[in-house]
Design a protein around this ligand. Sequence first.
Ligand SMILES: Cc1cc2nc3c(=O)[nH]c(=O)nc-3n(C[C@H](O)[C@H](O)[C@H](O)COP(=O)(O)O)c2cc1C
Length: 337
Amino acid sequence: MDLSTRYMGLALKNPLVASASPLTGNLDSIRQLEDAGAAAIVMPSLFQEEIEAGEARYHALTTAYDDSWPEAATNFPVMTAEKLAPHHYLDLVRRASAATSIPVIASLNGITDDGWIDYAKWIEQAGAQGLELNVYFIPADIAMTGHEVEQRYLDILRAVRAAVSIPVSVKLSPYFSSIGHMAVALQEAGADGLVLFNRFYQPDFDIVNLKVVTDLRLSEPNEIRLPLLWLAVLAGRVKASLAAATGVTTPDEIVKYLLAGADVVMTTSSLLRQGVGHIAVLLAGLEAWLSAREFASVGQMRGIMSQRKIKDPQAFERTNYLKILQGYRVDYTNRRG
Ligand SMILES: Cc1cc2nc3c(=O)[nH]c(=O)nc-3n(C[C@H](O)[C@H](O)[C@H](O)COP(=O)(O)O)c2cc1C
């Protein structure tokens, strides 16, 4: 069975990628992920805040005695931001790339297009074969327009794109007015891959103690529906590679994402719940599904249920919504009151 695929120009042995999580930030578990069959890993993000905190520490160190003892600054070794901020991250990229034969994709997570972006080129120099850009931005300023939010993504992407020659993907928010238009704009700004979607961790309220609860819930399989819709709409219409990124629990979700047109399928929650070995279970399930339907390769089934390929493309649009609402049958015998 030929499970191979391509993602952002990288040749992968199968479509299953371990997305950014603590599991991909540790050499032992990276090796285990490779052994279990992961085709690539995305490292946990290096955050803009971590980089800036490192720079601020150095600035504080070198300027602490400016008023009383200006020569003190000359006692500090000349340091670049590369040497001081979280260089453990670059170390990990270096060691992970050396320790595995699968592509290591690093991840940068930030919300402005200034200084911290230099890290992109050091990450490339450290051996990463790709870079995922996560712009985890909540536009809580109600004066900000949709255009300004989109522009922020594009500016950051362009700055990173200009800094590196490795492929760059964007882990996208599902909350744009026009996902398709934004996908094309990102592609034109240099995105080689689009990751659908960034999972926004929404707070809850504790109504006993009147506190905001910020717990981290792992995903459920029913969360695939939003990315599934947009993958099916975008497949075959954009040149950028497409990654499905939420809700994989069993092989079924992988099959659905590939049918919609994903080039790769990423998973984190399933591995945190079931252990790294679950990769092998997912791959075996995918292979069994393909064999049972006499597909010889992932390539043969990819995208056959995308909007461009299915007989009824309106199944993804408003007409279908009307049918669904009008087709709902209320069970009046169950109503209380
Ligand atoms: C504990 C944990 C840590 C994560 N760390 C990162 C991170 O550093 N950068 C990032 O882009 N996504 C991060 N994610 C998000 C995952 O990469 C993934 O996109 C998300 O969990 C949805 O995939 P899933 O449904 O397979 O869990 C993290 C998720 C979890 C659960």
